[in-house]
Write a protein that binds this ligand. Structure first.
Ligand code: HEM
Length: 197
């Protein structure tokens, strides 16, 4: 869907978005398999929803997808920042605007007429997932190479805390994806623009 010849979502955004989505699915499913090998809490994920078959296999998937998310995510963030799109699309943003749009959304009053403009709830959710993904990669680096990244490790409160940060950032990401998918199903026009531009 386009306005004149200008697509709603530029090609680079669509490509990086879908690659990030693929990376996240692989990361989460292989991450659950890695978690099962040494559970942090008193539960395990069902093997049927994990990826990798066994610990070593899951680690291979996890590292491959980690590079995809780190490099592709960086390209998305740099292009977004460098082009000025990040400021244009996600700001201004105020707690009041989020509250008003959230109430409107809950009452089914939020308009989706202009797909070029994100409402305050979308802005918050997308900024949140950007920060959450950065936190996931940083805490993952600490777990992977704890000795080589002492500063990051200390900033995250040590190895054991980094493990928890990594786990709860994953929970937040999964919660985001669940809401995000529901919204894409409820307003399918947005899905078309994320595919066709
Ligand atoms: C796997 C299924 C996914 C589907 C079907 C999906 C769908 C969409 C759609 C339709 C939009 C456009 C929303 C609009 O125009 O109102 C969008 C935007 C976005 N999605 Fe997803 N998404 C998925 C996964 C993800 C994941 C895993 C992440 C996080 C890493 C993510 C992060 C984002 C972000 C940050 C935006 C805003 C992009 C921008 O404009 O800069 N999505 N998604």
């Amino acid at each position: 869907m386009s306005d004149g010849s200008r697509p709603i979502h530029p090609l680079w955004l669509r490509v990086t978005h879908w690659l990030n989505a693929l990376a996240v699915v692989i990361l989460v499913m292989s991450g659950w398999r890695i978690y099962n090998a040494s559970p942090l809490f008193d539960f395990r994920f069902a093997d049927s929803i994990t990826l990798g078959g066994w610990l070593a296999g899951a680690l291979q998937w996890h590292f491959a997808a980690m590079w995809l998310l780190a490099v592709n995510g960086m390209i998305y963030l740099l292009l977004n920042l460098g082009s000025g799109r990040l400021l244009r699309k996600f700001f201004p943003l105020s707690p009041r605007a989020v509250l008003v749009d959230l109430l409107d959304a809950l009452c089914g009053r939020l308009s989706h007429a202009d797909l070029r403009r994100y409402n305050a709830v979308q802005r918050t959710a997308y900024l949140f997932v950007m920060i959450d993904s950065v936190l996931l990669v940083i805490s993952g680096l600490v777990l992977w190479k704890s000795v080589q990244f002492p500063l990051l490790r200390e900033l995250l409160g040590g190895y054991e805390t980094a493990r928890r940060v990594h786990f709860f950032s994953m929970v937040a990401l999964v919660a985001f994806v669940a809401v995000h998918l529901t919204m894409a199903v409820l307003v399918p026009r947005t899905l078309r623009t994320m595919v066709r531009g």
